[in-house]
Ligand binder design. Structure first.
Ligand SMILES: O=C(CO)[C@H](O)[C@H](O)COP(=O)(O)O
Length: 776
């Protein structure tokens, strides 16, 4: 370089050599290059210009390239200045369709196109030259580029089924933001297909609109652009070569979306309900079904038996150890309470409420405390917390104190108890508004959805928010102003964690002392038991906290939207499930038909088993089959979450429900349109869900039967906390009727799958159901 004057704006007038010309001119060229050699290039034939070869003698390849570049830059500069930008006839490419700007001016005339081309070429050459020789001075009219860009074309035509745009953009644009952050470039998706049909505005104003789909990557340095190009290319390549179900990016996006929608069932790190080991779920467990493994003895701390059956229950040493363990647990509990800002109750008393704790709850250790594993004293022998009025006590049915009862599902009695309790609680519970939606995806333990606060009925009277999913005290505290002081809310949330039980919380800036004393007590009890469970690493699902229902006298139902996969493409069942979840579905409704109970044949446990590893969605299995008892084991081991049978198909519904629960599934009971609603009453307490069919079971796409709403109304009146599912013909026209009648689990096939925007339908269903909830 040193001897070559490459840094001058005006290079010496020397004959031009194209950068690709080999040193030494044509000498040594083979036969093939002979032809090339003879082909005219735009600078003329070298042979016709012998000075060219002569003048480069002794120059290095780099010097020649540098020189050639400068010449070409000057040539272009000259063309741009003189306006001679359009090549002569016969050397031009065909003109594209005309494009106009908003003022009606054509933006892609021949002059425009070739000028742009030359400018781009000059820009590229100048940058190249500056890299070679930083001292090089570009032409006076040249403005150094502050923007570099490149297009990466997306192979949509070769991969018609792949949603490249979704993959590149990601949920709420997060993937694109990440690529931009990682590369330092700005990326836009342009070209045909980049804008959804119907959302197109003025094509002429959209750059690249007439090109094939591509990513336009822009940055202030070439390096950043290239980083962006690399990442985008990698994503595209991965999408093309990896089956969708195995694409990590896709999977993470679905997960992220579910988290953003609050529908993520994040159970990583949770123990298997069957064997207690981490790393797999119940349906993946290779151990034999084991219902006792989750028990932890309070005396010896061993697994698999209860204190009552412990061989060491009279051993003073074991009891002493148990006491020590208990004390340690208590002190952990107390410091946790203190951490939460709660006044720490003295042992044996609930200080805030001044109520004596049931014996052994805090102070007593050993094998004779209340708990799952020892018989509970009856309400009559248990001191009732002060503030619990007599009418409430009188309503209590014999048996354990209501906040200690171990029922899984809401009971009529319990509800009636709290009906009596309601006025008192209403006056004491003050709830502040939570933000309409608190969502967090930053941490797996923080996923939750807060339902819109319900309209206040009395001016500043309580507004109650329902929280679904998991939450931590910190999340709530950090995300909702004024919550920090409300320890009870956080206690309840901590207590709920990591169950997915939906519930209502008091979320007040006032202190917990304004809560009904019984609620305070229950909250503490909850926290403590949860804490114990955590310490023992018990499977969280097994720790179904009975008190939760007691804490929440206003417990209301929450909308759960269950797309019926009957309307999906069965060949892509797993994908369809994930799609539905990503669009906001809460449940995946699986219609099981045996061609006997109903005149149609669909799927069975083997399909559920195949599907299970591909989705973490809640599999709401509706068995329209004769003799449902026969399939409980199969569906349990296949990984079904809920087993819903038809009352018309069984002789012993009660035993069947017990069996379903024993196998670790939730139990649902379905009734056909002609079956009277009172058929379910005797089982309702044990059920997790009642399904009121709103069409004759057997086929999707039938018309909704409004007459069935009377049954829903009746059920809701009796069981305010029960999940009531409706199925058949549900759509945007009748959802309000169903919601107002009291249905909260909405099954819909055609109206979701055939919708232009299934996501919008799901969200409207949810809103309608939640809006129909009574205020507290
Ligand atoms: O159980 C069913 C039929 O027996 C289906 O789940 C139900 O019909 C849903 O489909 P659609 O919304 O299209 O009516």
């Amino acid at each position: 370089m040193k001897n070559v004057p490459v840094s001058t704006a005006t290079p010496p007038v020397l004959p031009f050599l194209p950068p690709t010309l080999p040193l030494g001119g044509a000498a040594g060229a083979d036969d093939d290059s002979e032809r090339k050699r003879r082909r005219k290039n735009r600078w003329g034939d070298k042979e016709a210009n012998p000075a060219a070869a002569a003048s480069t003698a002794g120059m290095s390849k780099e010097q020649i390239e540098s020189y050639a570049t400068i010449l070409r830059i000057d040539e272009i500069t000259l063309k741009l200045k003189s306006g001679d930008v359009v090549p002569p006839d016969g050397q031009r490419s065909p003109s594209p369709a005309p494009m106009y700007n908003s003022e009606g001016k054509r933006t892609n005339t021949r002059e425009h196109r070739y000028r742009r081309k030359l400018e781009e070429e000059r820009m590229r050459l100048v940058e190249e030259q500056l890299k070679r020789d930083p001292e090089y001075r570009p032409p006076a009219d040249y403005r150094r580029r502050s923007r570099f860009s490149e297009k990466v074309f997306i192979p949509v035509d070769d991969n018609p089924g792949l949603n490249f745009i979704g993959l590149l953009i990601g949920p709420r644009g997060n993937t694109l933001k990440k690529i931009e952050g990682d590369s330092g470039s700005k990326i836009s998706i342009r070209g045909r297909g980049s804008i959804k049909e119907g959302k197109r505005r003025d094509d002429a104003n959209i750059p690249g609109a007439d090109e094939d789909l591509h990513c336009h990557i822009v940055a202030d340095t070439e390096e950043k652009v290239q980083r962006g190009v690399r990442i985008v290319r990698e994503i595209i390549k991965k999408a093309c070569v990896t089956p969708e179900g195995h694409n990590d990016l896709k999977r993470n996006q679905l997960r992220e979306l579910a988290a953003l929608n609050g529908t993520l069932r994040d159970d990583e790190g949770q123990a298997c309900i069957n064997c207690g080991a981490l790393g797999h779920r119940r349906w993946e467990c290779t151990e034999k079904t084991n219902v006792t493994v989750s028990l932890v003895c309070r005396v010896c701390n061993g697994k698999g038996h209860v204190a009552r059956d412990c061989t060491q229950r009279h051993d003073p040493e074991a009891l002493q150890k148990a006491r020590e363990r208990d004390q340690q647990l208590n002190s952990e509990y107390l410091s946790l309470m203190a951490e939460l800002g709660e006044s720490v109750p003295a042992a044996g008393t609930d200080s805030a409420a001044g109520l004596p704790l049931p014996s052994g709850l805090v102070a007593d250790a050993g094998g004779h405390r209340e708990a799952d594993d020892v018989p509970l004293p009856h309400a009559s022998s248990r001191p009732m917390p002060p503030g619990t009025d007599d009418s409430v006590s009188q309503h209590l049915s014999p048996g354990p104190a209501p906040w200690l009862r171990g029922n899984r599902s809401p009971s009529v009695d319990r509800h009636q108890d709290y009906e009596g309790d309601r006025p008192a609680s209403k006056t004491t519970v003050t709830a502040a508004r939570l933000p309409l939606a608190i969502r967090s995806s930053s941490n797996s333990t923080m996923n939750m959805v807060v339902r819109p606060t319900l309209p206040s009925t009395r001016g500043t009277a309580p507004t109650v928010a329902a929280i679904e999913g998991r939450a931590t005290a910190t999340t709530i505290a950090s995300r909702s102003p004024g919550t920090k002081a409300n320890t009870v809310a956080t206690i309840i949330l901590v207590a709920m964690m990591p169950t997915s039980t939906s519930s209502i919380i008091n979320n007040s800036s006032s202190t917990s002392s304004r809560l009904h004393p019984r609620l305070q007590h229950s909250a503490r009890l909850h926290l403590r038991r949860r804490h114990q469970h955590r310490r023992h690493l018990l499977p969280s699902d097994s720790a179904d906290l009975p008190e939760l229902n007691q804490i929440l006298p206003f417990k209301m139902v929450i909308a759960k939207i269950a797309p019926s996969l009957l309307s999906s493409d069965f060949a892509r069942l797993a994908e369809e499930c994930e799609r539905m979840l990503s669009l906001g579905a809460d449940y995946l409704h699986m219609d099981v038909m045996d061609g006997h109970f109903v005149p149609n044949l669909t799927l069975g446990a083997p399909i559920i088993k195949c599907l299970r590893p591909h989705t973490k969605g809640f599999l709401d299995c509706h068995l329209m089959v004769s003799n449902p008892e026969q399939w409980v084991d199969d569906f349990a081991s296949a990984g079904a979450d809920l087993f819903c049978f038809h009352i018309e198909a069984t002789k012993d519904a009660s035993a069947l429900i017990d069996d379903i629960h024993a196998k670790g599934m939730k139990a649902g009971m379905a009734i056909k349109p002609d079956t009277p609603v009172d058929a379910v009453y005797e089982f309702a307490e044990k059920l997790d869900q009642v399904l009121v069919m709103t069409v004759e079971p057997g086929f999707g796409g039938q018309s909704f039967m409004p007459a069935c709403m009377d049954k829903v109304r009746e059920l809701r009146k009796r069981y305010p906390n029960l999940d009531i599912e409706v199925d058949g013909g549900l759509d945007l026209e009748n959802i309000e009727m169903a919601a107002k009648a009291g249905a909260n689990v909405i099954v819909a096939g055609s109206s979701i799958f055939k919708a232009k925007s299934p996501e919008a339908v799901i969200s409207l269903f949810r809103k309608t159901v939640n809006d129909a909830q009574p205020s507290a």
